[in-house]
Write a new protein. Sequence first.
Length: 211
Amino acid sequence: MREWFQMLFLLAAAPGCTGVIGRAPAPPATGPSAPAEPMVHPPDTGSTAPIDPGRVTLHRLTRREYNNTVRDLLGVDLHPADGFASDPAGFGYDNNSDVQSLSPLQVEQYLTAAEQLVEAATAGGVAAFARRAQVPACDLDRDAHCLGQLVRAFAGRAFRRPISDAQLAGLLEPATSARALGDDALGQLRLVLRAVLASPHFLSIRSCAPA
């Protein structure tokens, strides 16, 4: 099952995103070669089309950000990122997206942390998890729609935006496999929660709107 999570993580990972911004003047030239005359802006063609700013690198959560995020998301007093590989520094900062990388060791650490966090968050059952994670509670054993409702609410908070029906269906796939193997409803929920916490949609912060 861990191999499944690793494939999910690597297939869903994305190096960056693109976006558009409004028209803006070019920055002034500097240095000894700068022209003495005032800067001349490109001719205005009358177009109101936005300018494409190019690629924006996804920002992966730093160790401190990860600990703070899972604390607020799951309501558990754990600090798994304390044992993660150190964040690379760029220009004096440890949250520079352009110097961040993702090694097999870090993927393994994320998967291990997800297991530990989910076990702690679901201790005491579904009602305890719903209270800690601040999602509406329901009866997993009696309500056929409960699992989807819990996952949609939790993943929306974890991904920092509402999830689509297609995303929900993808997240529920491991629960279907677990059910076929005989896992109970709580075990199925735990498996899906681990998938959410191992997803790049949780581990990365988008700085531009989805297309």
